[in-house]
Ligand binder design. Structure first.
Ligand code: CTP
Length: 425
């Protein structure tokens, strides 16, 4: 699945301010988010805030944008609709199918799954009218997240509090992706603070002559997502960028390279003393034996052209087979193997051969993997065990990979610490 088009409806309750966290988490997870607040919602949270956080214009008026038929266009384009908070009034309107505002129209004009996070006082939540409306929505396939039990706006407490934004996001994405989705925290954990993470991304190009090269289809998106996620988690990030097709991530020290040999020099230099090295770049295994100074001309005969190629160094294996205690080495394996078991076997063999601590395996093909915004991966650990499987946007997958990395960094730090500690008398 590609990047999702998600409508976040916000209705007029005090929890509307918390909906900003929902929008932010969905944007951070790499989705295209369109906020549709009701008029009531705008009394609690301002349009500029919603526009800044969602990175999209925010519309509320039914009679604006009539020429582009906005009242149905937003709903038709949506892959998912999340309404948070959903007040008792808005739940009643949804149950009745009312369309007297932009949000009501959006929901009716959409076939996308709807996830709502109710928020109201306990009495309102328990009222038979609300109970019946919620049941109606549930029977139509609407997912209800929460409400949580806790302190409400006044002195009272009980069921009615809006569920936490991260939980709403997790439930919403799970609903649309049909499988477990790891939470993408609106505030990334700062668990890589003080760590140096080196990421290689993109694909190398091996020149044949001044105008031609041997290259590959890697866009660099997954590597960039890892660099961004590591930054968000507090790391100092060096990005060794090989011919990226996407914008540079912010806040990273970027070293631009083109060929495998340049990439090797940059990664080797940056890797000295690094805590984590992630080799996400697609490195050419071979390069032309000679680079022509002038543009290679067609032979006048009709014969083909034979290129002589020589092996490039295996950068990951070079790092993996050198002593690297304290540095977690993460490799990638892009494989076209269709069979899951054989894919896993290839991954295990590749991790072993390269001496990587972790190997991220993903399937690539003519239509899979490369320029897509989504990825499906599994991570193989030192003993060949699958330590995690993930599916989602490249950014959420990056966080899943870093979750495993962080657990290993912590273990490596403990191991290093215990070898340094003098034996107690
Ligand atoms: N890699 C590397 N140096 C190379 C080739 C690959 O460091 N010369 C790294 C990649 O960055 C990746 C991992 O090794 O992390 C696996 O890359 P992949 O292309 O899947 O594997 P190869 O070793 O090239 O094996 P093959 O193409 O034969 O499957």
């Amino acid at each position: 699945m590609t990047r999702l088009n998600i409508v976040v409806g916000i209705t007029g309750g005090i929890a509307a301010y918390k909906a900003v966290g929902v929008v932010r988490a969905l944007v951070l997870a790499g989705h295209d988010v369109h906020v549709v607040p009701t008029e009531g919602a705008l009394r609690f949270v301002g349009r500029p805030t919603l526009e800044a956080i969602s990175r999209n214009p925010v519309h509320t008026e039914l009679y604006e944008g009539v020429a582009e038929v906005r009242h149905v266009a937003i709903g038709q384009a949506a892959d998912l609709i999340v309404i948070a908070p959903a007040t008792a009034n808005s739940i009643a309107k949804l149950a009745a199918g009312l369309a007297d505002d932009l949000l009501g129209n959006t929901v009716l004009a959409s076939e996308a799954p709807v996830v709502i996070a109710p928020a109201m006082h306990t009495e309102m939540w328990r009222h038979p009218a609300t109970r019946a409306n919620v049941e109606t929505l549930r029977s139509r396939g609407v997912t209800i997240v929460g409400p949580a039990v806790g302190q409400l706006t006044g002195a009272d407490s009980g069921p009615g509090r809006m569920e936490e934004p991260d939980e709403i996001v997790r439930a919403a994405l799970e609903r649309v992706m049909g499988e477990r989705v790891s939470p993408v925290s609106s505030v990334a954990p700062r668990d890589l603070e003080g760590r140096h993470v080196v990421v290689s991304a993109g694909g190398t190009r091996e020149p044949l002559d001044p105008v031609r090269f041997l290259g590959n289809r890697s866009s660099g998106k997954q590597g960039i997502a890892i660099a961004e996620a590591a930054r968000a988690r507090g790391a100092r990030v060096t990005l060794v960028a090989a011919n990226l097709e996407v914008a540079d991530p912010e806040g990273c020290d970027i070293r631009r390279v083109s060929t495998a040999l340049e990439l090797q020099a940059a990664v080797t230099e940056a890797a000295a003393g690094a805590d984590v090295v992630v080799m996400a770049a697609a490195v050419a295994d071979y390069r032309p034996a000679a680079v022509s100074e002038a543009k290679i001309k067609k032979d006048q005969s009709d014969d083909g052209l034979t290129l002589e190629l020589v092996r490039n160094p295996d950068i990951l294996a070079g790092l993996g087979h050198a002593p690297h205690s304290g540095t977690i080495l993460v490799g990638f394996a892009a494989e076209t193997e269709a069979d899951d078991e054989r894919l896993l076997a290839l991954g295990r063999a590749k991790r072993e051969a390269k001496g990587a601590d972790l190997l991220v395996v993903n399937r690539v093909g003519w239509n899979e993997g490369f320029a897509s915004d989504e990825n499906r991966i599994l991570v193989i650990g030192r003993d060949g065990v699958v330590v995690t499987r993930a599916h989602g946007t490249k950014l959420s997958v990056a966080h899943d990979i870093l979750d495993v990395v962080v657990s290993q960094v912590t273990t490596a730090a403990h191991a290093a610490q215990s070898t340094k500690e003098p034996e107690s008398a």
